[in-house]
Design a protein around this ligand. Structure first.
Ligand code: NAD
Ligand code: TDX
Length: 343
C-alpha cells in the first residue's frame, strides 16, 4: 500500500541515506524531505532523487510551526521520521543553545503537527549517547532499552530531553510513537567534522589527524544502510510507545580506526597528532540489540572491514562533495576547533 512519509533532516548524512533506501525499496511511496539546510545539510546530496516524481524537497525549519502545519495540511503524511537535529557533540560544547532549540523544541513542533493533523506513526531518531558511557574495564556491560538515561554533553542532553517528550506525548496524548537509539554510523555523505570522514579527508590532504586524549575511547560502529533498514522495520512493524536499540556489536578504539584509515590509504601514522581531550568525553558506547533482533528480525548486514573499505572508496570517488564542504565556512570551524588545540 502506498504511504506518504515526511523525513526531516533528509539533506544530512543518515536522513539522505534513508531517503535513498526508501525510494528504492518502496517505489509507490511518496517521500517529502523537510530540511532547514544548516551547515550540515547539503542539497547536492539529494541530487540523485531530485527528479524522482515521488520525492519532494522543502526547505523548512522544524521549529517553524506555521510552516510545518502548512506542509502537513498539504501533504497529509502517514508517517513522520524525525532525523533533523544538531548532531555534533563538539559544537554542542561550543554553543549549546541551538541544540536545545532544534533537538527539543523542533521535536515538539513536529509532534504537535502530528497531533493536529493525525498520523499513523511518529518516529524519533535518537542515539545511544542518551545512556551516557560505560567503563573500559567492564566489557560485559551493554546499553539495553532499560539502561537509565545519563547524559554527558549538551548534545546528548538535548536528545534525551526529546526522547522524554516523545514518550510523554505517547502517554498523555496517545500519539503513536517509536524511538530508535543507534550507535555511531559511518558511510557515504558523512559530514567531515565527524571522526571517520574527518580522518579520511585529512589523510587524503596529508594533514594532521587529531586524536582526542589517548585515543582509547570506544565507539560501536554501524554501516549507515543497516541503520536505515532498522528504521524501515520499526516504522512498519515496531510496537507503538517502544524504544529500539540499534547496533552491531562492533566496538573499536578511536586510535585503531585512525590507524586503519592510514593503512587503507597508504599514509604514515606519523600524521596522527594527539590533542587535548573533548570535555566530558564519553569512554565507551556499546549497544545490546537483542530486542530489535528478536522482535523485528533485524541484524546488521555489512561487516566493518567491508563497510570501511566501501566508505573510503566513496570519499575517493566523491572528492568534489567533501572538498566543496571543507573549502567554505568549515575552514573557520576547523580553525576554532583544532588550531592551537595541540597538547
Ligand atoms: P547531520 O548533522 O548529518 O544532519 C542533520 C540534518 O538536519 C541536516 O541536513 C540539517 O540541515 C538538518 N537540520 C538541522 N537543524 C534543522 C532544523 N531546525 N530544521 C530542519 N532541519 C534541520 O546528522 P546525522 O548524523 O545524519 O544524524 C541524523 C539523526 O540521527 C540525528 O537526530 C542524530 O542525533 C541521530 N543519530 C546520529 C548518529 C550518527 O552516528 N551520526 C547515530 C545515532 C543517532
Ligand atoms: O577530531 C576528532 N578526534 C577524535 O578523537 C573527532 C571529531 C572525534 N574524535 C573522537 C571523539 C569520539 O570518541 O572520535 C569519537 C567519535 O567522535 P564523533 O565522530 O564526533 O562522534 P560521537 O561523539 O561518538 O557522536 C556520534 O555518535 C552518536 C554522532 O556524531 C552523534 O550524532 C551520534 O548521536
Amino acid at each position: 500500500m502506498s504511504k506518504r512519509i515526511i523525513v526531516t533532516g533528509g539533506a544530512g548524512f543518515i536522513g539522505s541515506n534513508f531517503i535513498f533506501h526508501m525510494l528504492k525499496k518502496y517505489p509507490s511511496y511518496r517521500i517529502i524531505c523537510l530540511d532547514k539546510l544548516t551547515y550540515a545539510g547539503n542539497l547536492s546530496t539529494l541530487e540523485p532523487v531530485m527528479n524522482n516524481p515521488n520525492f519532494r524537497f522543502v526547505k523548512l525549519d522544524i521549529c517553524d510551526r506555521k510552516g510545518v502545519y502548512a506542509l502537513f495540511e498539504e501533504e497529509h503524511p502517514d508517517i513522520v521520521v524525525n532525523f533533523a537535529a544538531e548532531s555534533h557533540v563538539d559544537r554542542s560544547i561550543e554553543n549549546p543553545e541551538v541544540f536545545l532549540q532544534t533537538n527539543i523544541l523542533g521535536t515538539q513542533v513536529m509532534m504537535d503537527a502530528c497531533r493536529k493533523y493525525g498520523i499513523k506513526r511518529y518516529h524519533q531518531v535518537s542515539t545511544d549517547e542518551v545512556y551516557g558511557d560505560l567503563p573500559l574495564d567492564r566489557p560485559d556491560l551493554f546499553f539495553t532499552e532499560k539502561t537509565p538515561i545519563h547524559t554527558s554533553s549538551p548534545y546528548s542532553a538535548s536528545k534525551a530531553s526529546a526522547d522524554l517528550l516523545v514518550l510523554a506525548y505517547h502517554r498523555t496524548f496517545g500519539l503513536p510513537v517509536t524511538i530508535s537509539r543507534c550507535s555511531n554510523n559511518y558511510g557515504p555523505y558523512h559530514f567531515p567534522e565527524k571522526l571517520i570522514p574527518l580522518m579520511i579527508a585529512s589523510c587524503l590532504n596529508d594533514k594532521p589527524l587529531p586524536v582526542y586524549g589517548k585515543g582509547e575511547n570506544v565507539r560501536d560502529w554501524l554501516y549507515v544502510e543497516d541503520h536505515c533498514k532498522a528504521i524501515d522495520l520499526i516504522i512498519h512493524n515496531g510496537r507503538e510507545g517502544e524504544i529500539y536499540n540499534v547496533g552491531g556489536h562492533n566496538e573499536m578504539r578511536n586510535i585503531d580506526i585512525v590507524k586503519l584509515i592510514c593503512k587503507e590509504l597508504g599514509k604514515p601514522e606519523s600524521l596522527i597528532t594527539y590533542v587535548t581531550d573533548r570535555k566530558g568525553h564519553d569512554m565507551r558506547y556499546a549497544i545490546d540489540p537483542t530486542k530489535i533482533h528478536t522482535e523485528l528480525g533485524w541484524l546488521p548486514e555489512t561487516k566493518f572491514e567491508d563497510g570501511i573499505k566501501k566508505t573510503i572508496k566513496w570519499y575517493l570517488d566523491n572528492r568534489e562533495w567533501w572538498e566543496a564542504i571543507i573549502s567554505g565556512e568549515y575552514q573557520n570551524y576547523y580553525k576554532r576547533m583544532y588550531i592551537k588545540r595541540d597538547k
